[in-house]
Design a protein around this ligand. Structure first.
Ligand SMILES: Nc1ncnc2c1ncn2[C@@H]1O[C@H](COP(=O)(O)OP(=O)(O)OP(=O)(O)O)[C@@H](O)[C@H]1O
Length: 309
């Protein structure tokens, strides 16, 4: 399944929720929508699943030589923002009911269900009513419900929300398994450490607009205006001496004779090292790459909402 989204915009009354957003998702990819509360992630998801239409721009979904302006239900596994299962029914009854709604036979549904209940360690609890489960376990049942019918595209609005770190890791495994089975996955999330492990491509949004887009590596390259290098010296050298070197913007002393240098983005690291070696023998040189969480915070700092005077 391929999705090509071109310059979509969406407004609700006076709120311009999505502004000229474009992206492409290829078959079998995991694609993450990231951004602070209110950035427009769920609005995009609602347009992809056909709950609302864009005011302008276009969505083209291609699957098995057919084209659609939203994902048809029969190909879609969806975890909506507003969760909803039957609290007075057991896990098994909930999942069987939903799988059969999607056209699965009971035996196929049971086979799929056994597999995923095992992944999420819920097999022993399958006969308990949903209302007896913790919020996190209900969330896991909801995730299983979204994929039992093996849809071509799975859209998960905040699949990590309400889960503890161990269960968040289980969702990472779950998502990798969906990819291994050939499904295309779109998710929105606030948990950068999880997204970093998973997403082939990502879109970072703020106030309805795209701020950064691409693979993690591409985003790192786009946003790196400075370079960070950790060094350790064999002989005594001061932060003040290091600060004098060409291209060094700042020096943070760490433990004894260890320093974190921030270099200007256009400075050659090897030139900087040559200068350093004139002052001291180095016992450690480590370039530091910002992780997604740091990149996200830096990008959001640049795109703070405008506050009315
Ligand atoms: N049905 C609606 N009516 C009016 N405004 C809406 C509606 N849905 C969303 N909005 C507004 O559109 C903007 C984008 O909301 P959206 O839910 O898409 O953001 P989000 O990135 O998914 O946020 P969150 O991370 O909190 O789920 C927000 O300002 C929100 O208040």
């Amino acid at each position: 399944m391929q999705l090509i989204v071109t310059a979509i915009s969406k407004a609700y009354a006076s709120v311009q929720a999505v502004k000229q957003v474009s992206f492409q998702i290829n078959s079998g990819e995991i694609f993450a929508l990231l951004g602070p509360n209110g950035a427009g992630k769920s609005s995009i998801i609602r347009m992809l699943v056909g709950m609302t239409q864009p005011d302008s721009g276009s969505i083209m979904i291609s699957y098995q030589d057919q084209h659609f302006d939203h994902v048809p239900r029969r190909f879609l596994g969806y975890l909506p923002e507003d969760r909803g299962l039957y609290p007075d029914k057991s896990i098994e009854k909930n999942l069987l009911y939903l799988a059969q709604l999607h056209g699965l036979t009971k035996s196929k549904a049971l086979t799929e269900m056994d597999y995923w209940l095992d992944v999420f360690e819920l097999t022993e609890r399958r006969h308990e009513d949903l209302k007896q489960l913790s919020k996190g376990n209900q969330q896991k049942v909801q995730l299983i419900a979204a994929v039992l019918h093996q849809p071509a595209l799975v859209i998960l609005d905040e699949p990590f929300s309400g889960l503890d770190p161990i269960n968040q890791e289980k969702v990472v495994v779950f998502l990798k398994q969906l990819k291994a089975k050939g499904m295309t996955v779109i998710l929105s999330a606030h948990q950068m450490a999880m997204v970093e492990k998973l997403a082939d491509h990502m879109l970072l949004m703020a106030q309805g607009r795209v701020v950064l887009a691409g693979t993690l590596q591409h985003i790192q390259q786009q946003s790196q205006q400075q370079q960070r290098m950790k060094i350790a010296t064999a002989s005594a050298v001061t932060a003040e001496q290091l600060q004098q070197l060409h291209g060094v913007l700042s020096v943070e002393p760490l433990q004894a004779q260890h320093f974190l240098l921030t270099l200007a983005g256009d400075v050659s690291v090897s030139d900087c090292l040559k200068q350093l070696l004139q002052h001291a023998e180095l016992t450690l040189i480590e370039m530091q790459t910002p992780d997604l969480h740091q990149l996200y915070l830096a990008a959001m700092a640049k795109h703070k909402p405008e506050v009315a005077a």
